[in-house]
Design a protein around this ligand. Sequence first.
Ligand code: PLP
Length: 393
Amino acid sequence: MSDTNDHSEPARRLATRAVHAGEPEPRIEGAVSMPIFQSATFETAGEKSYDAVRYVRLNNTPNHQALHAKLASLEGGEAAVVASSGMAAITTTLLALLSRGDHLLALEGLYGGTHTFVTRDLAEFGIGHDLMDGNRPETWSALLEPSTRAIYVETITNPLMQVPDLEQVVRFARTHGLVSIIDSTFATPVNYRPLESGFDLVLHSGTKYLNGHSDLAAGAVVGPRELVRRVTHRLNHLGGVLDPHACFLLHRGIKTLVLRVRQQNENALALARFLAESPAVEGVNYPGLETHPQHGRARKMFSGFGGMLSFDVRGGVEAADSLLNRLRIPRSAPSLGGVETLITRPATTSHAGVPPEERVRMGISDSLVRVSVGIEAPGDLVEDFEQGLEGIS
Ligand code: PLP
């Protein structure tokens, strides 16, 4: 068992790798399922370097190693490391790759935690940034500085589901010698292949689709061995380690990733199509709809459009809240990517900290509703939204 991708393995398809990659060979005591090694420390056996010492904070228990190998295989990377949350993976990666005096180019409209870290916290470490419009590559060169080291984007933005020009991001990074980093939480390895598309590092909030059951927090970083080594080194010191039990749960969750995401793609498309036809709805943001401004780009790059959508309800906040109250299947909660459908009004949850005038500028109205579509029967979801919307119109 090693925590890097074993390229001597046959190149199996994604669904097979999700189940089998990284599993210990031979099985431990014959256990078909990876056991939990709930041990903080391990007996020494003549290790010569600190990195070889087996200790839970060094991210090298058997559960970490198996999970790292599974994730590396899933994303087609050389190596992977997990962290205690998506934010731990993101902040540790940025602090591993950037130092005082460096400059970062980051996408406008990133996940709120990342946006705040980039725009406020990094400055305290002496690291500068500029924000770029993901749809206007012609404007990016003007933002470059001699100290620009990396470019940071997301596959699909929250909550308006914009799809930046990722092909141009890769090209731009290569031309200017930048490390390209993508948070692909929304797309998952099922719908988009960042490393095969030319990105250097892919990050995930494992809390969302990778685990898929809304019952843990985790993060992941996948890419070339040397970059992952640098992130791991920083993570060992910052200490955002994933507990072995959470490793076990994430490992188990990943086995059904492909099945779940395929169903979520199908359900979200069905729901988006229904909502687009509803007179009670003003506009639906879903990259799988032909009306989405970047639909062509999404169709070219993605093999599925994902489980996330948002829409405006006619009748404003009152109507939106009334819909949330009337729906019977979705739980009203933030977060996303679980098997159960979740619904939220971003102005009151994920974007509550953004001043109202700034939200308007970003195109996020108070009546915008975001749905993380689960794996329920699509007919039941559509029927539930149908009854919910009927009641408010
Ligand atoms: N990245 C994206 C796209 C997210 O939506 C989130 C959380 O919502 C995160 C990162 C942060 O993940 P976590 O909550 O696991 O720290």
